[in-house]
Design a protein around this ligand. Structure first.
Ligand SMILES: Cc1cc2nc3c(=O)[nH]c(=O)nc-3n(C[C@H](O)[C@H](O)[C@H](O)COP(=O)(O)OP(=O)(O)OC[C@H]3O[C@@H](n4cnc5c(N)ncnc54)[C@H](O)[C@@H]3O)c2cc1C
Length: 366
């Protein structure tokens, strides 16, 4: 069979694989994306919020000063490239739950480390929202409508014949004479962007990735403002009028793919604390986030199988983290620049099992 030669094979066209393809193109590298469509993947369910603040402790999220501006300019450029409107800016208003939260917030707006993102001023149209302790605004937020972004990317890549869809996940991609081979494509480098399917990948499944179930409620409501409200949960305006998403729950124990009554009750209970609104529930959706115990992503080269890379573990901040981490990985591969240490999979090298090593050796054919 005549093999078409590429620089890279990308496995998976979720959020990460899509961003990787668009970034490789910027570096003038050729690639083929191989994806097994999964309608319930993390990316397909994602709320797509880009928010640089961790509300629990009212601090910047990990590397937010770097990741936030990088991702916003990436998505703005991508809107132009794909002739889409998948990334939109978003006003985010935090409703304080206590005087303590109010004090912490106000003290941080005077602190140079945080005041890039935190602001005390916010403006909301008159509504039934209850603000007993006031609120604040988060700057530099946005929303990627991830499902639409994946479709736009697919159409873009498909036109360039740079993507193939497969019916089942590819488990053992061989390395023949130094090239990874999929169907009639071969490439020196392969990058796995598999999300939770990495757990079924015999060479990378030593990496500790934990599925974290998240449930969302889709509602209709004519009384809510067109901003994201946050108080224990978020209330996110969707692109069609009067449609909102309430989310999300976090559960690392429940592995079932079905929506639960307990999640619905939890979300509605928290929603009712925001105010008294007439709502109609339209849908309840479920997905699993690819999380890690230390809340840091997983990026780097396989310790045995050279030129085989992974980028995963985006947790609940994939939209903000992925563009910069992808760029970091590509620059590492092409220019030998340093990988972000905290994200590097080197920290898990001791977890590599004999079966991972054996499988990696079996994949190499000379
Ligand atoms: C309820 C919920 C809400 C969320 N909200 C937000 C949010 O507001 N903001 C935010 O930033 N993040 C959010 N996230 C998290 C975010 O969606 C994820 O971090 C991100 O989508 C992960 O993308 P991924 O590309 O790594 O994986 P995935 O989305 O799982 O994509 C992997 C793709 O690769 C394919 N694949 C895997 N293995 C193979 C293989 N071997 N061969 C072929 N194809 C393969 C899969 O079929 C899939 O298409 C949320 C997640 C959930 C569940």
């Amino acid at each position: 069979m005549l093999m078409s030669e590429k620089d890279f094979i990308i496995v998976g066209q979720g959020l990460v694989g899509s961003i990787l393809a668009l970034t490789l193109e910027k570096f003038n590298k050729s690639f083929i994306v191989v994806d097994c469509v999964n309608e319930t993947s993390s990316s397909k369910v994602s709320a797509g919020i880009l928010n640089p603040i961790s509300f629990k402790r009212c601090i910047n999220s990990w590397k937010a000063n770097v990741l936030n501006p990088f991702s916003i300019s990436f998505y703005k450029e991508t809107n132009v490239k794909l002739q889409s409107n998948d990334f939109i800016s978003l006003d985010v208003v935090r409703i304080f739950s206590s005087y303590e939260e109010q004090n912490i917030w106000h003290s941080k707006t005077g602190d140079n480390r945080y005041n890039l993102f935190l602001s005390s001023d916010f403006d909301l149209p008159k509504s039934n929202i209850v603000f007993p302790y006031g609120g604040g605004k988060v700057n530099s937020c946005g929303r990627l409508i991830v499902k639409d972004f994946l479709s736009s990317c697919f159409n873009y890549l498909n036109k360039k014949k740079a993507i193939i869809r497969v019916n089942s996940i590819q488990k053992a991609i061989p390395k023949i004479n130094g090239n990874y081979c999929v169907q009639n494509y071969k490439a020196k480098h392969i990058i796995y962007c598999e999300g939770l399917d990495m757990l079924n990948n015999p060479i990378f499944n030593y990496l500790p990735i934990i599925p974290n179930k998240g449930e969302l409620l889709k509602i209709k409501c004519a009384e809510l403002p067109n901003v994201l409200l946050s108080k224990g949960i978020f209330v996110l305006p969707n692109n069609s009028k009067n449609n909102f998403t309430i989310g999300a729950t976090y559960d690392h124990k429940d592995k079932s793919k079905f929506p639960t009554r307990s999640a619905k009750i939890e979300l509605l209970k928290k929603f009712n604390k925001i105010g008294d609104f007439n709502i109609k529930i339209i849908d309840q959706t479920v997905g699993f986030r690819p999380t890690t115990v230390d809340r840091r992503p997983l990026v780097g080269e396989h310790p045995i199988l050279k030129k085989s890379y992974v980028i995963n573990g985006m947790g609940s901040k994939g939209v903000m983290m992925a563009p910069w981490l992808v760029n970091n990985l590509i620059r590492h591969i092409i220019f030998n620049e340093a990988l972000e240490k905290e994200a590097s999979i080197k920290r898990h090298e001791k977890k590599l099992k004999k079966e991972n090593i054996d499988f990696a050796s079996q994949l190499c054919v000379n």
